[in-house]
Design a protein around this ligand. Sequence first.
Ligand code: TRP
Length: 446
Amino acid sequence: MNDRDSFGSQFGALVAMAGSAIGLGNMWRFPYLVGTNGGAAFIIIYIVLIIFITLPIFFSEYLVGRISKANTFRAFKKLAPSSHWGIVGILAAISPFLILSFYCVVGGWSLYYLLKAVTLQLESPSADYSAMFTNFVSGKYEPLLFLFLYLFLNGWVVTSGIKNGIEKFSKIIMPLLIIMVMFIAIWSMTLPGAGAGLKFLFYPDFSKVTPHTFLAAIGQSFFSLSLGCGTMLTYASYIKEKSYVVPTCIYTATADTLFAILAGMAIMPAVFAYGISPSQGPGLVFVTLPYIFSHMPLGTLFATLFFFSIFLAAITSSISILEVPVTFILEEFKIKRKTAVKICLSVITVTGILCSLSEGLLKNIHIFGKDLFDLFDFSSSNIFMTTTALLTVIFVGWKMKKGTVTNALSNNGKRKINPIYVTGVYYTIKYIAPVIVAVIMIRGLF
Ligand code: TRP
């Protein structure tokens, strides 16, 4: 297709990819994982694993998108005509619905808390923030209202397209997000008693490192770099030919990791300064932190900045997830982008409502022992995304020609990259990555 949309500049593409990578995973999971897995020891392991394992997987996904310049399904079809590999692309286009069903519910929560902060409702030190959270999320109307608002905002950005929507939006939002989180970090680190939080994050304790640490690090890096659901494949398919593959992926991974560390420096010192034991996930963001904000000077200001940051980090990720099925539908069924967005959002509205209500009204509905929220979370991370990642590396390592892969990595020789590195990456994709992804998959399932 000649009129295929594309990112306007390499920098814009990079910011959008960083926007996809930087999300809730960086804010509410990474800091806790670091602290409980040996601090700096974990950070070192995380970085080494990204360099040797996750980046080659990232390259694989990226290459498939960039060579084919097509949606997830068409990409595999183009590279392996008359084969069944297109199924991987379909799998990749299904996971976004599962992920967005709960990710957008949380996005809605962040909007609600932002509103609460702005309207000075997070100021009372004696409030029961745990009960406040439970009451809110188990409600029938409010969480749905904010879910709809959040979905609408996603639809608005994605409808405007790649260059005029996602790229423009990310270019405004990402700097703002980074500045806000830096500001929170500086303030957090200057609170009395903040040192314990920094120690939690950075004191290297190799005795806490177990085999589990390695798996946790790899799993986190996959989620954080948005791998396994066609996000990076789809974004790469919109990136212009002249952008270099290897540096783009490396910059994205670097930005993502630095931001995750920064988020840790914003959150943990404050948590420790108030003598609270660290945690992760919704409990950290919507219960612990509001409690802390309510106890500190200028709490409302920081609560506002913080929930705004959570919202921005989430939306630049969820638009990237939404773009996967949107590109798929608009190209395969030759319909307008706007219609494709409407179709996807209609589905996610329904599944999102179910997820949201599973915190209250539908709490008793359990499938495979999980409520719907957890089921969507579990099946996307542990079944769909791992399967897609596994099949993608097998495809790149075993189905594509070695020359095609190595040429693409060096942009057909235009970018000078050490041939030893390229060969190393290729064999990692072929032999090591499938084994590692398979191990993660098996561990996730049992
Ligand atoms: N990386 C994002 C985060 O850290 C989430 C995300 C965006 C994602 N796109 C994805 C996760 C694709 C898995 C697959 O929150």
